[in-house]
Design a protein around this ligand. Structure first.
Ligand SMILES: [Zn+2]
Length: 320
């Protein structure tokens, strides 16, 4: 192997054109998905514009801008006007997500409509399943989660994305979708979803903070990576079509491990806290938001993610 001075790695860094030519990882807007919050009314979020929410009537205008920028898909989160113990708004045929799906399906036949499937935005206690005095009940929650997924499929979703972290939910959803005539609808499983502090701004936006306890009894411990692979293995066996890791930046090694072990497409969720940190620092003039965002997303792709859910999708798309 030749070495310095014959070998000089700086040769290929000399100009922008050379650097572009040999770049190993590229960002493409076709790999990005933009999240949207749909609620009973429209509320802007000054500091974190992508975490504002829209009424069903106002949503299409925003989605139009995202579609026009070349983003292939959106993922929808619902905020109902009323919550109950079971989270029945989640599978209501006239729920906020179901209405939004029908509206968007009609107006944007080509756009990919993904939906987050969970109960936490719809339950009065804010947990991702039904609860009793002992905590969140796994098996009792499965049927409600599966029912929610089918209602999204019926309303026009292109893929459902279960994020509750109950054991067995992918199998329950797959079987309910198949029984409901949706055997072609893919499941994008939040397979390795960690109990993370980086969800903070999302919980505010989605009004889904638990009213008691926390989610560590079902979401993963941030210290674990082998367990993430077991989660993925089970989801693959249960019929998941895409595996997601969430959050992305604190878990780049997990994304890499999942990429190396499985041949399914890997998704990563660049979560609200990752977006908020950069926004806040940029607002103080401490870093350049655009460069920091591009670097973050590039790192997530380099770690092995095929697609990224990110609040920057809309802003960055025109330059990707
Ligand atoms: Zn949830």
């Amino acid at each position: 192997m030749s070495t310095f001075p014959q070998t000089r790695l700086r040769r290929l860094r000399r100009t922008g054109a050379l650097r572009d030519l040999v770049r190993e990882t590229r960002l493409d807007r076709r790999d990005l998905v933009m999240p949207f919050f749909v609620g009973p009314d429209t509320r802007a979020n000054e500091g974190l514009p992508a975490l504002g929410r829209y009424s069903v009537a106002d949503l299409p205008r925003e989605v139009e801008a995202v579609a026009a920028a070349g983003i292939p898909g959106v993922i929808l989160f619902g905020i109902p006007d009323a919550k109950d113990e079971e989270g029945s708004g989640a599978w209501d045929a006239d729920g906020v997500i179901q209405q939004a799906l029908r509206e968007l399906r009609e107006r944007f036949p080509e756009l990919l409509l993904l939906t987050d499937v969970c109960l936490c935005e719809y339950t009065s206690h804010g947990h991702c399943g039904v609860v009793d005095e002992h905590g969140v009940l796994n098996d009792e929650s499965l049927e409600l989660i599966a029912r929610t997924a089918v209602s999204h499929a019926d309303a026009g979703a292109d893929a459902v994305c279960p994020s509750d972290m109950m054991d067995g939910r992918v199998a329950a959803i797959r079987s309910a979708l198949d029984d409901g005539g949706h055997e072609s609808l893919p499941i994008v499983s939040y397979a390795a979803k960690y109990a993370s502090a980086f969800y903070g701004p999302f919980r505010e936006a989605a009004e889904s903070a638990p009213s008691f306890g926390d989610r560590r009894g079902y979401q993963m411990d941030p210290g674990n990576v082998r367990e993430a692979l077991r989660e993925c293995e089970l989801d693959v066996a249960e019929g998941a079509d895409v595996l997601m890791v969430k959050p992305a930046l604190p878990n780049l090694d997990v994304i890499r491990a999942v990429r190396d072990r499985f041949d399914l497409p890997v998704a990563a969720y660049n979560v609200s806290g990752e977006y908020a940190m950069v926004k806040a620092a940029a607002a103080r003039g401490w870093l350049d938001e655009r460069q920091a965002a591009l670097e973050s997303l590039t790192a997530i792709r380099r770690a092995g993610a095929d697609l990224i859910v990110t609040y920057w999708a809309r802003e960055l798309a025109p330059s990707l």
